[in-house]
Design a protein around this ligand. Structure first.
Ligand SMILES: NC(=O)c1ccc[n+]([C@@H]2O[C@H](COP(=O)([O-])OP(=O)(O)OC[C@H]3O[C@@H](n4cnc5c(N)ncnc54)[C@H](O)[C@@H]3O)[C@@H](O)[C@H]2O)c1
Length: 330
């Protein structure tokens, strides 16, 4: 059983809370925000004590785990401090994406979790769907064969412009994680980007990538398209077959090479995923289950190390935009 505190009670921290309240093996025990109104509102809504500093919550609430749902510059600068405090206090941490907006602090966060032998996960929620699980099984069963290429794309509207790299750093932890999830480490990136009309940031981008396994990858993403239609597409191809996941969980289709019969998984009406919020439930439930099961920190799905690896790919992409050249991922 995990006694959980939530740090950062914006829309996303409140969503984490709503996931933990009914979850088996979890007990929501406290909320913390430096914004007293936000902390008090969440505490009243959820029936748990409010704290206004992380230190006070860690001292008084008798927790085993925290969710870090702070934001900050590029949606990530405020993750470092509370994550380090919680790890220092011996708590497991499930943090929001991006792991951090800069690489050096992210490396410290991952290193401290490893040193303390604590579970550290990132809310890389897009991979926690039945469709993604099935696609992974198709790969494990040899139905894709030797990997050849991957095409990934995701587009939403986000009008915020906290820095010119906001779209790259804040949207693409998701897409790059999905690419790494299916095809492994990315070693080289070439990225070009554009500023949509009225925008001051690189709000739409296209990446070419090389995977360590030898396969090639392509990614397109945008913060310029209003919601209403599908927002994500994932395609992986190999010598034995190709799959496409439409919109994260709606449909997964396997196209076996040389066989005109395709296999289609459609999200079921009964017992299927209802909407995007369910990706949070699935991801947070998986983390709590893994911690409760005593899984080794190195085996956490969507770990801090995964979050860091994605951010290193994005740092290389930014350098590529700056230099106009392909960049090796450090
Ligand atoms: N996984 C997803 O699909 C997904 C989707 C959207 C947003 N996000 C992520 O969720 C995070 C939060 O987003 P949001 O829109 O709720 O942000 P927000 O800025 O509205 O809320 C963050 C809250 O954290 C509080 N905070 C900051 N530092 C703190 C500290 N040291 N101690 C206590 N409280 C502190 C702030 O006062 C604020 O209330 C971002 O990192 C964002 O990238 C994830």
């Amino acid at each position: 059983m995990q006694r959980i505190g939530i740090i950062g009670l914006g829309g996303i921290g409140n969503r984490h809370a709503d996931c933990y309240v009914p979850m088996q093996g979890a007990e929501l025990a406290a909320v913390c925000d430096i914004d007293r109104e936000r902390a008090d509102a969440a505490a009243a809504r959820l029936g748990v004590p409010a704290f206004y500093t992380v230190q006070d919550m860690l001292s008084d609430a008798d927790l085993t785990m925290v969710s870090v749902a702070t934001g900050g510059v590029e949606y990530g600068s405020d993750h470092y401090e509370p994550t380090m405090q919680a790890l220092e206090a011996g708590l497991h941490v499930l943090g929001e994406k991006p792991i951090c907006n800069e690489i050096a602090p992210a490396e410290e966060m991952v290193a401290l979790a490893a040193e303390k032998k604590l579970c550290y996960g990132i809310n890389l929620n897009h991979r926690f769907t039945p469709a993604a699980r099935l696609a992974k099984k198709w790969m494990d069963d040899g139905r894709i064969g030797h990997l050849l290429f991957m095409n990934m794309s995701m587009w939403i509207m986000n009008p915020r412009e906290s820095s010119e790299w906001f779209q790259i750093k804040a949207l693409h932890p998701h897409t790059v994680d999905i690419m790494r999830h299916f095809c492994g480490d990315i070693t080289e990136v070439h990225c070009i980007a554009m500023k949509a009309p009225g925008r001051a940031i690189w709000s739409t981008a296209q990446f070419n990538m090389r995977f360590a396994c030898g396969a090639v990858g392509h990614l397109t993403g945008s913060y310029d398209i209003e919601r209403g239609h599908p927002m994500e597409r994932c395609e992986v191809a190999g010598t034995a077959g190709r799959f496409v996941i439409d919109d994260m969980f709606r449909e997964a289709t396997l196209y076996p090479a040389g066989d005109p019969e395709k296999v289609v998984y459609t999200n079921p009406v009964f017992g299927g995923m209802r909407d995007f919020a369910d990706t949070f439930i699935n991801r947070l439930t998986r983390f709590v289950q893994q911690v409760n099961d005593g899984v080794s920190p190195g085996d956490i799905d969507g770990s801090g190390a995964d979050g860091l690896a994605a951010q290193k790919v994005l740092a290389a992409a930014i350098e590529s935009i700056r230099t106009g050249k392909a960049v090796t991922v450090s």
